[in-house]
Write a protein that binds this ligand. Structure first.
Ligand code: HSE
Length: 302
C-alpha cells in the first residue's frame, strides 16, 4: 500500500495567467495498492468518479501504456480535502497523484523532471501541476514538450486566506469566456505585473503585491460568473490584505495576508463575511506548502 499526499495549489496569482502558481497547506490523499480490476472509494464521500473515468485512474493507466507495461488494475481510496471545481488545483492533485502512483508501482521509470513535463502535458498548462509536485511558488513555461521553471520557497511572512464560494466553476467554462485577442497595452499591463509578482515574492517586497496581482487577461471575464466575488475582493482590500485574486480559473478568491495578522484576520473577517451575506462561503486560513507531493509506503487500510 502506498499513500500519496498532494497539496492544493493556487494558480495565476493575479497577473501570471497560466504561468505562476503556489502550493498551500490543504491536502488530498490517495491510499493505493495493485489489484486485479478497479476499486475506488471516496473516503470522505466527495462526489468523485468511481469508475474508469476517474482522473487518478486514467493517469495511472496512461503511464503504464506510455511505458509499454501490462496494467491489471488498482484499488484506492481518495480523500478529497481540496474542493472540486473551485480553482484550488483538485484536477492537478489527481494528475500528480496518478503520476506518482504509477511511477512507484512501475519501480520509478520517471525522474521528477519528467513527471513535471508529463503532468503539464496532461493538464495543458503547468501553473498548478508544477507547484503541486514541488511545493513553493513556481514560475513556469510549458513549451509544448518541456516545462521551464523556477521554484522558490515561500516564507512565514504571508498567510493565505482561501475564500471558497458555494459556486463551482468548471475550468473549461472559465476558459471559454476569455477573449481570443488582447491589446498590446493589456499584454504589457500583465507581463510587467507578473514579473513584479515573481521578483516581489522572491525578495519579500510584499508592499508591491497589491499592484503585482493586477490582471487584465482573465479576472474581469470570470468575476461575473462568481456571484459576490468582486465585492468580497473590495472588502479584502479594505481589510488591508497584501492582495487578492481569482485563484486559478475560480471560483475561490485567494488573499495574501500579512503573516503577523494571520490569526486575527480570521476572527475579524469571518464575522464580516457573515454580516455581508457570505455565510455560505468558506474561509480557510492556510500557509504556503514548501514540500510538495509526497509518496510513502504505508500499512493497508484494511
Ligand atoms: N491557469 C489556468 C486558468 C488555471 O486560469 O485557466 C486552471 O488550471
Amino acid at each position: 500500500m502506498i499513500t500519496i499526499k498532494i497539496p492544493a495549489t493556487s494558480a495565476n496569482v493575479g497577473s501570471g495567467f497560466d504561468s505562476l502558481g503556489l502550493a498551500v497547506t490543504l491536502y488530498n490523499e490517495i491510499h493505493l495498492e495493485e489489484y486485479e480490476g478497479l476499486s475506488i472509494r471516496a473516503l470522505d464521500g466527495a462526489n468523485i468518479p468511481l469508475d474508469e473515468t476517474n482522473l487518478v485512474y486514467t493517469t495511472i493507466k496512461s503511464m503504464y501504456e506510455l511505458c509499454g507495461k501490462p496494467f491489471y488494475g488498482v484499488r484506492f481510496g481518495q480523500l478529497n480535502n481540496i474542493p472540486l471545481s473551485r480553482g484550488l488545483g483538485s484536477s492537478s492533485a489527481c494528475i500528480i497523484g496518478g503520476l506518482l502512483a504509477a511511477n512507484h508501482l512501475m519501480k520509478f521509470p520517471f525522474n521528477k523532471r519528467e513527471i513535471i513535463d508529463l503532468a503539464a502535458s496532461i493538464e495543458g498548462h503547468p501553473d498548478n501541476t508544477t507547484p503541486a509536485l514541488l511545493g513553493g511558488f513556481v514560475a513556469s513555461v510549458f513549451d509544448g514538450k518541456q516545462v521551464h521553471f523556477v521554484r522558490q520557497e515561500l516564507h512565514v511572512g504571508i498567510k493565505f486566506a482561501a475564500l471558497i464560494p458555494p459556486t463551482e466553476l468548471e475550468t473549461t467554462i472559465a476558459r471559454g469566456v476569455l477573449p481570443k485577442r488582447i491589446s498590446h497595452k493589456d499584454a504589457v499591463y500583465n507581463l510587467s505585473r507578473s514579473a513584479l509578482m515573481s521578483a516581489s515574492l522572491a525578495t519579500g517586497s510584499y508592499h508591491n503585491l497589491r499592484c503585482a496581482a493586477g490582471d487584465r487577461l482573465h479576472q474581469d471575464y470570470r468575476l461575473p460568473m462568481i456571484p459576490g466575488a468582486e465585492r468580497i475582493m473590495r472588502m479584502l482590500d479594505d481589510e488591508g490584505v497584501y492582495c487578492s485574486y481569482v485563484s486559478g480559473a475560480g471560483s475561490t478568491i485567494m488573499a495574501m495576508v500579512p503573516g503577523a495578522q494571520g490569526n486575527s484576520f480570521y476572527s475579524r473577517f469571518r464575522p464580516k463575511m457573515d454580516e455581508e451575506g457570505y455565510e455560505d462561503w468558506k474561509l480557510l486560513m492556510l500557509d504556503a506548502d514548501n514540500t510538495g507531493a509526497i509518496c510513502v509506503e504505508s500499512v493497508p487500510l484494511d
